[in-house]
Design a protein around this ligand. Structure first.
Ligand SMILES: Nc1nc2c(c(=O)[nH]1)N[C@H]1C(S)=C(S)[C@@H](COP(=O)(O)OP(=O)(O)OC[C@H]3O[C@@H](n4cnc5c(=O)[nH]c(N)nc54)[C@H](O)[C@@H]3O)O[C@H]1N2
Ligand SMILES: Nc1nc2c(c(=O)[nH]1)N[C@H]1C(S)=C(S)[C@@H](COP(=O)(O)OP(=O)(O)OC[C@H]3O[C@@H](n4cnc5c(=O)[nH]c(N)nc54)[C@H](O)[C@@H]3O)O[C@H]1N2
Ligand code: SF4
Ligand SMILES: [Mo]
Length: 718
């Protein structure tokens, strides 16, 4: 490899901060500032800064492992791949293709997510594929699609935030989860705009707010409806906008009017004067935004909840206009792209639907298979994990660690153990990989090239900067080798650019159209926002065939042709619905799947801390991050602590209907007295997901990570 520094992007969250990777003369690499990427302008959080630690052979997998005599022992790639192919083939023959499960991840590059979806449908012929993005933003995606006809995390770049009048940030702790993005929100306040944060905890993000609303977990739906009620009652609706750009207002209005402020105060615990203040701050400026993250989304009513916040935007004319709109802060590095290109149970590349005959024809054409050979939609992530060991007998898992991150994790772990065969491709020996029959060591971010799509809908090129260890190969190599062994010689290239060229064609004419994007453009333009058809407006004017015809065979040829600039801002002229109007949804508040009772009198909510990432598989291997965030804890209010007789650091048992977790007390007035909070980054005794409720949203099939009923007990020594 060259010794110069390579501009690339962080392996972790959806902000996809730009960074330079510079090899060091003594070996290893260093992360240095990359100021030309506008989202972070060089700034990185601790996780991004220390990401090279996970490149070290000391903490990662460096050889395939195969279970033998109950233990995982090193094996050759040949042996490991042969074994996987043999087991998948045998089980398929005996039980049919749907006995083969596949589970992907929103951290996988677009090329990997695309290939994994194609592998499941074309090579295995299974419908049983889904991914961890179902645990992440699926409710916002469902609500966005319903309302706007299209789901892209943010419909505008983050650089619009400082220039709007007011932002309501609902259930996002971005000061800890996307630290460099906090700059946009401080600039908003410097410019005279206001920030409202909705979070049951006074987080570091809430501390920046002009107004902090602290509802009971699971009541954001009532809160949004109460605000909309006040908007109507105070005559603050934008009637001309509602008339010209929306449909369904009468029903949505009637539903909202049933949510009187006093009623909403009783449900949420947010006082009527605070509700009125929020409405005033949101409605007075010319423009405003609502941004949601996992707080309101990870609920069994997350789709309706996001729908209610979108209704608030629509009723006040704050969507599809400059500096106004609703957006979802996506989570994983490729949380956006990962949900567009076919690893989701109901989906084909380009954000097409698997049950749409035209979509099947188009994608089958690109893949060179009969459309009828493509299976139909499968189960959602939790339902798939729950079915392991029953009708699903084998699982191929890439890019997720559900033993730590899935709801009702003890049950999921038991399901994983009951499989006939589990194969895991990972960078490290995660808690889930520890259960596998075969573990494949794969390359990671700085060791491979690929594209990701950030929370802004900006497609980015993550470049290879260093060579991987000798016995480590990419996920694309794994899928290619398995395809060949299972009888599909062609169609699974290992070169990411070749995969991307095919993805362009597969996505052409679809909602997430990447056909005008090339690796060269991504490198030259520092990312391109989708949709980006191959020729300007071809999709709209001539339909899909014209788009396909217009695609150059050789990416190098499109230099001189007129190119589509990409779409940083969506919906300014029309929404992506058939009639161009945004749709209100008539939603009504309902209780959480589990409300407190005499036996389980408190609410548990879960989330993140700044120095650990997700299941912790990667960040728990970095000394500096472990020093900053060494283990799980239970955050609780002093009044609750006093009732339990617990002091700071005392072990507390948190008990739900699913199980019991033990972690030290962290006492703070920053949380409501009726609620406890646990981060979910650790396995073992303090695993938060031992407790969480897998109740699913009926539309998005998103589990209710953000609220369940628990009791808390002091753990007496001896
Ligand atoms: N450090 C770090 N950063 C990350 C990640 C990480 O694991 N660690 N993961 C990345 C990923 S994949 C994601 S999805 C994002 C997530 O980013 P965020 O959504 O910001 O993260 P969370 O901590 O899960 O939840 C945010 C807040 O929701 C609040 N909350 C809990 N219950 C409710 C509720 O009922 N209503 C409301 N309104 N709020 C509630 C919590 O108190 C918490 O402060 O972060 C990304 N960035
Ligand atoms: N209680 C509770 N639970 C939650 C949440 C919550 O808020 N509360 N949040 C949920 C959310 S939003 C999310 S996104 C999930 C995430 O939870 P997980 O899906 O467990 O996410 P990660 O820990 O990022 O797991 C990624 C795994 O893939 C590996 N990996 C990284 N890059 C690659 C690659 O390129 N190829 C392969 N093959 N492997 C790779 C990593 O080493 C790691 O083992 O957790 C969910 N779980
Ligand atoms: S904020 Fe996200 S993308 Fe940026 S350095 Fe931290 S983890 Fe990486
Ligand atoms: Mo996520």
């Amino acid at each position: 490899m060259e010794t110069t520094s390579t501009p690339t992007h962080c392996p972790y969250c959806a902000l996809q901060c730009g960074m330079n990777i510079t090899p060091l003369p003594q070996g290893g690499v260093e992360v240095t500032e990359r100021a030309d990427f506008p989202v972070n302008r060089g700034a990185l959080c601790g996780k991004g800064r220390t990401a090279p630690a996970v490149l070290s052979s000391a903490v990662r997998l460096t050889s395939p492992l195969v279970r033998s005599g109950g233990r995982l022992v090193p094996a050759s790639w040949e042996a490991a791949l042969d074994l996987i192919a043999e087991r998948l083939g045998t089980v398929r023959e005996r039980y049919g293709p749907d006995a083969l499960g596949v589970f992907g991840g929103g951290g996988l590059t677009n090329e990997k997510a695309y290939t994994l979806g194609k592998f499941a449908r074309v090579v295995l012929g299974t419908s049983q594929i889904d991914y961890n993005g179902r645990f992440c933003m699926s409710s916002a995606a469902a609500a966005g699609t319903k309302a706007f006809g299209l789901d892209r995390g943010l419909p505008f770049p983050l650089e619009d935030v400082p220039r709007t009048g007011c932002v309501i940030l609902v259930g996002s702790n971005l000061a800890e989860t996307m630290p460099p993005s906090l700059r946009f929100f401080s600039e908003l306040r410097d410019n005279g705009g206001t920030l409202i944060v909705v979070d049951p905890r006074r987080t570091r993000t809430a501390e920046q707010a002009d107004l902090h609303l602290a509802p009971r977990p699971g009541t954001d739906l009532a809160l949004a409806l109460g605000l909309l009620h006040l908007v109507v009652a105070e005559g603050r609706t934008d009637e001309a906008y509602i008339r010209e750009r929306t449909s369904g207002w009468a029903e949505a209005r009637a539903a909202a009017m049933a949510h009187w402020p006093e009623y909403v105060e009783r449900i949420t615990g947010v006082s009527v004067p605070q509700l009125r203040e929020a409405v005033r701050l949101f409605c007075e400026p010319e423009s405003a935004m609502v941004l949601t993250a996992r707080g309101p989304e990870q609920q069994a009513k997350g789709t309706d909840t996001v729908g209610a916040w979108i209704n608030l935007c629509l009723a006040t004319g704050r969507a599809g206009r400059p500096l106004s709109g609703y957006g979802c802060l996506t989570g994983q590095g490729n949380g956006q792209g990962g949900r567009e290109h076919g690893q989701k149970a109901d989906q084909l590349p380009g954000y097409r639907k698997l049950d749409d005959p035209a979509a099947r024809r188009h994608v089958a054409g690109v893949w060179g298979v009969d459309p009828d050979s493509l299976p139909g939609p499968g189960r959602s992530a939790y339902e798939l994990l729950d079915a392991l060991g029953t009708d699903i007998r084998t699982l191929l898992l890439m890019g997720s660690n559900p033993v730590v991150s899935a709801p009702r994790a003890a049950h999921v772990e038991e399901r994983l153990r009951s499989l006939d065969f589990l194969a895991v491709a990972d960078v490290v020996l995660s808690e889930t990989a520890e259960l596998a029959d075969v573990v494949l060591p794969v390359t990671q971010w700085a060791e491979e090239t690929g594209t990701t799509t950030s929370l802004e809908g900006r497609v980015l090129l993550r470049r290879q900067a260093v060579a991987p260890p000798p016995e480590v190969h990419s996920d694309l190599h794994v899928l290619h080798e398995l395809a060949v062994r299972l009888g599909v010689e062609k169609g699974f290239p290992t070169d990411p650019e070749e995969v991307f060229e095919e993805l362009r064609r597969a996505s052409a004419g679809g909602p997430a159209d990447y056909s005008g994007i090339t690796y060269r453009r991504l490198a030259e333009e520092n990312g391109v926002f989708w949709p980006c058809p191959s020729v300007p407006d071809a999709a709209a004017e001539d339909g899909e065939d014209a788009v396909l015809d217009a695609l150059p065979d050789d990416p190098a040829q499109d230099a001189g042709t007129s190119v589509h600039p990409g779409t940083p801002r969506l919906f300014l002229d029309r929404f992506a619905t058939a009639d161009g109007r945004a749709r209100f949804v008539p939603v009504t508040h309902r209780a959480s799947a589990e409300e407190p009772d005499a036996e389980y009198p408190l609410l548990l909510t879960t989330g993140r801390v700044v120095s650990q990432y997700q299941s912790g598989a990667q960040t728990r291997r970095v000394a500096e991050l472990n020093a900053a965030a060494p283990g799980p804890f239970v955050e609780l209010h002093p009044r609750l602590a006093a009732r339990l007789g617990a002091a700071e650091g005392d072990p507390l048992a948190v008990v739900s209907r699913r199980g019991r977790a033990v972690a030290p007390a962290r006492i703070t007035t920053a949380i409501r007295p009726d609620t406890v909070f646990m981060p979910f980054h650790w396995p073992g005794e303090g695993r938060a997901n031992t407790l969480t409720n897998p109740a699913l949203d009926p539309t998005s099939r998103m589990p209710e990570f953000k609220t369940c009923a628990v009791r808390v007990e002091a753990v007496r020594p001896g």
